[in-house]
Design a protein around this ligand. Structure first.
Ligand code: NDP
Length: 601
């Protein structure tokens, strides 16, 4: 049982000092440059262990819509296009099947952290009932496949294929899509949904290439070595192995309990503890679901979740989880202040108080769950909850009570180096058979670098040039100078990070509406006017600066490893009126049929 918030007493000023001290310990000069790319440095470890590579002839044909990325974005856009009567859709995906992050992340225990009811897209359209409140990865991957089959997206899909170039041809009014498989085909429209977390990174540790044992990144889990499977079968080949995990982020939190049960010995190397709150997963009941899942239910649930995380006072909380809990606490604090006295400062203070209480409760949980007091102390997170990705788990802290599991806390300094035999931390060499890198994915780099290709629009203008001073879009999904091109990503739109698929579905609705209009009217080109793009940017600028990523936070990918964001990144904001208002705006924009701000040709 977690300690009730009402029983918590804490000294806010002392906590603020502690948070700052813990942050300062972790600041480092090399920032994001401390990491190296798995694919660049260790191409052999980056290959797809899940699906055999099949040779095929290069394609030089034509499709109506080419979408880059076969994760949720590609699937949902594909589904909406098909529903709008646009049948000729080709998804290009570097993995061996659909799923994106859910294709690659098959580590044991992988599961969604946002409730399945709102996280798994197109549940209503496909008739699928999630099996549990937080579905595990195999079910999510199967759902991706279900969407692919349901909407006929497999026929034209290209897997194990990476786009290397996208170029607009003004004479033909078509895009040329080039890939690493020698393809050079044309498309009337392109869409890009390459996701923020697909380039696996490793800590750039001296000696990393010299390790003689087994090592892999969590997104390339080697079940042949560990035994077990993504469904959670015991990792039965580790019974005589000493295993190291490097990293304690959201991924490690999910796979550590499995490693703790399977390995002879498990050493968890920690630089910064995650905040690990109660998960409370539960199966979904058929009868309950049948009652809930009336027409339009998923949108209603998604809107309700967004409302609970927004600025209003919604009367019900359908999802009722750790994300909405924090927001409810903040509102409860705010209710104690008369509305006439609500100022931005008072609202920030209400937020801060709720955060201190929540984090104090999470720290108490470590004490209550972990038997060894030193380990419990080292597992406490000293920062505001949204400084890092909040985690929810009911077996992670408990794993440190397994006799063979040990936390190697590095006092914020991290692992120092890798040797032929193992891992060096705190000046001590720990010999191990296997190193699991739970070191995350590249986030702070720019879009073009992460995607691996540039986009050449009208008059040879590249996307990296267009975004030279920062991202510029209309509504977060179209750019002036790039006709018939769409993006699916959260910035300059709803920017609602706790439930990414909600953004995706809305962008897909917009793309399908614009394309259906084009096709119905027999039009060739569409792009935002320069004025509309500029006006949208100016509108975004009227809102507060980024909520996430403060340099007061402990370093991590949210705040560019403590360096903070420059002017170029300051535009990664959402609609200043909030996510729900953005979606309402877009719904009205679509249904008006005027498509204001777009120029058709
Ligand atoms: P993260 O980037 O969150 O974590 C990387 C970890 O590696 C951190 O703990 C980091 O420490 C640690 N690290 C880096 N260098 C060193 C070093 N030299 N020594 C010791 N530790 C080191 O990656 P994850 O894969 O855990 O998560 C990435 C994101 O993916 C999440 O934030 C989330 O958005 C998403 N995700 C979502 C899940 C879900 O929804 N179910 C599940 C898993 C991931 P430090 O904190 O000090 O930098």
């Amino acid at each position: 049982m977690a300690t009730a918030v009402s029983e918590l007493a804490f000294d806010k000023e002392a906590l603020k000092r502690k948070y700052a001290e813990e942050r300062d310990k972790r600041l480092r000069k090399d920032g994001s440059a401390q990491y190296i790319r798995l694919e660049t440095e260790f191409a052999d470890l980056a290959t797809d262990p899940y699906t055999p590579f099949v040779e095929r002839a290069p394609l030089t044909d034509h499709v109506t819509f080419a979408f880059i990325g076969g994760g949720f974005a590609g699937l949902v856009v594909g589904a909406r296009l098909k529903a709008a009567g646009v049948d000729d859709v080709r998804i290009i995906e570097k993995g061996g099947d659909f799923g994106g992050t859910w294709y690659w992340n098959r580590y044991p225990g992988a599961q969604c952290d946002t409730a399945s009811m709102i996280y798994m897209p197109l549940l209503e359209e496909t008739g699928h009932m999630p099996s549990e409140k937080y579905a595990h990865a195999p079910e999510i991957r199967d759902h991706c496949s279900r969407i692919g089959h349901h909407f006929g997206l497999y026929d034209k899909a290209l897997f194990h294929t990476e786009v290397t170039g996208l170029e607009w041809n003004q004479a033909d009014k078509l895009w040329t899509v080039r890939t690493n498989r020698g393809d050079a085909f044309t498309a009337k429209y392109i869409g890009m949904g390459t996701g923020p977390l697909h380039v696996a990174k490793l800590p750039g540790l001296p000696g990393i290439e010299t390790f003689k044992g087994k090592s892999f990144h969590t997104s390339r889990w080697d079940y042949a070595y560990t035994g077990g499977n993504p469904e959670g079968a015991p990792l039965d080949r580790l019974g005589d192995k000493r295993v190291a995990v490097i990293g304690t982020g959201a991924t490690a939190v999910q796979c550590v309990p499995h490693l703790a049960r399977g390995a002879k010995e498990l050493l968890v190397f920690q630089r910064t503890p995650s905040s690990v709150d109660v998960r409370a997963n539960a199966p979904i009941d058929n009868e309950w679901f049948a009652e809930v899942a009336g027409e339009g239910w998923q949108r209603k649930w998604q809107d309700n979740f967004a409302a609970n995380l927004g600025v209003g006072f919604p009367s019900e909380d359908l999802v009722n989880d750790g994300w909405t809990d924090l927001a409810k606490r903040m509102r409860a604090n705010l209710r104690e202040v008369p509305p006439s006295e609500w100022t931005p400062e008072k609202m920030m203070a209400a937020f801060e108080d709720a955060d201190f209480a929540k984090m104090e409760q999470i720290r108490r949980r470590a004490e209550e769950v972990v038997a060894d007091p030193d380990t419990a102390e080292n597992l406490k997170a000293w920062y505001r909850q949204l400084c890092k990705r909040p985690c929810f788990h009911d077996e992670y802290l408990q794993a440190f009570n397994e006799p063979g599991t040990r936390l190697v806390d590095t006092g914020g300094q991290g692992v120092e180096r890798i040797t032929e035999k193992g891992v060096v931390a705190n000046g001590v060499e720990y010999e191990v058979d296997c190193i699991v890198y739970a070191s995350g994915f590249e986030v702070g780099t720019d879009y073009v670098s992460r995607s691996g290709f540039d986009v050449v629009g009208k008059d040879g203008l590249t996307l990296s040039e267009h975004w030279g001073d920062g991202m510029r879009t209309l509504h977060g999904n179209q750019m002036h100078g790039f006709p018939n091109a769409f993006m699916v990503q959260p910035a300059q739109a709803a920017n609602f990070i706790a439930n990414v698929p909600h953004n995706i579905v809305d962008h897909a609705d917009t793309i399908a509406a614009v394309v259906a209009h084009m096709e119905a009217q027999g039009l060739d080109t569409v792009e935002p006017t320069e004025e509309a793009e500029q006006a949208w940017l100016e509108f975004l600028g009227t809102g507060p600066a980024r909520a996430l990523g403060s340099t007061e936070c402990t370093p991590g990918y949210y705040n560019n490893e403590g360096a903070g964001w420059g002017d170029r990144e300051r535009v990664f904001v959402g609609d200043p009126r909030g996510a729900l208002a953005y979606w309402a705006h877009m719904a009205a924009w679509r249904s008006s049929g005027k498509f204001e701000g777009l120029e058709f040709g």
